[in-house]
Design a protein around this ligand. Structure first.
Ligand SMILES: *[C@@H]1O[C@H](CO)[C@@H](O)[C@H](O)[C@H]1NC(C)=O
Ligand SMILES: *[C@@H]1O[C@H](CO)[C@@H](O)[C@H](O)[C@H]1NC(C)=O
Ligand SMILES: *[C@@H]1O[C@H](CO)[C@@H](O)[C@H](O)[C@H]1NC(C)=O
Length: 148
C-alpha cells in the first residue's frame, strides 16, 4: 500500500497533536513542603490545542524517595503508591492567563515512617487523541519535601 500525502500529513499532525496534549502540574510548586495528614491542592493543567482529545482519566500519587534524592532514581515516576486520587479528569477554562485545569484536593497520608524525605508527586494521564482516538499515556512528576 502506498501512503498518500494526505495520510502522511494526517499522521504527522496526529503525532504532533499527541505531543502537544500533555498535561502539566500547575501546582504545587516543586519543593513545596508537605506534612502527613494535611491536604494538598494539585492543579493539573491541560494546555489548549487544536487537536481532538477525549479524556479517560488520571491517577495522582506519591513515591517516597527515602534516604535518596528523588532525582537519583530514574524510575521515580513509575510508582504511584500511595495512590491519592484515581478517576475522571475534566480540565476547564477558569481564569484569564491560565490554561484549562482541574484542581484535586488530596490528603498526604499518615503512611510514612515519619522521616523527613523527598516525595515524588506523580500524575499519570490517559487520553485518546487525534481523529482516530489513539490511546496516549504519560506521567508528569515534581519533587516535594515531606517534613515531620
Ligand atoms: C481535606 O480534604 C477532604 C477531602 O476533600 C475534606 O473532606 C476535608 O475537609 C479537608 N480537610 C481540611 C483540613 O481542609
Ligand atoms: C521525574 O521523573 C524522572 C524519571 O522518570 C526523573 O528523572 C526526574 O528527575 C523526575 N523529576 C522530578 C522533578 O522529580
Ligand atoms: C486551584 O488551585 C490553585 C492552587 O492552589 C489555586 O490558585 C486556584 O485558585 C484553585 N482554583 C479553584 C477554582 O479553586
Amino acid at each position: 500500500m502506498k501512503l498518500s500525502s494526505a495520510l502522511l500529513a494526517y499522521l504527522a499532525a496526529s503525532a504532533a497533536s499527541s505531543l502537544a496534549q500533555s498535561i502539566n502540574i500547575g501546582a504545587p510548586a516543586e519543593w513545596t513542603a508537605v506534612t502527613q495528614g494535611r491536604n494538598l491542592t494539585v492543579r493539573v493543567d491541560k494546555p489548549l490545542t487544536m487537536g481532538n482529545s477525549v479524556e479517560v482519566g488520571i491517577a495522582i500519587g506519591l513515591h517516597p524517595c527515602g534516604d535518596n534524592p528523588c532525582a537519583a532514581n530514574p524510575d521515580v515516576a513509575n510508582f504511584i503508591d500511595p495512590l491519592l486520587y484515581v478517576g475522571p479528569y475534566d480540565p476547564q477554562y477558569r481564569e484569564v492567563g491560565l490554561q484549562p485545569y482541574q484542581n484535586f484536593t488530596v490528603t498526604i497520608p499518615e503512611y510514612f515512617p515519619g522521616l523527613s524525605q523527598e516525595l515524588s508527586l506523580n500524575v499519570a494521564h490517559f487520553e485518546l487523541v487525534s481523529a482516530a482516538l489513539q490511546p496516549f499515556v504519560e506521567v508528569k512528576n515534581i519533587t516535594l519535601r515531606l517534613v515531620a
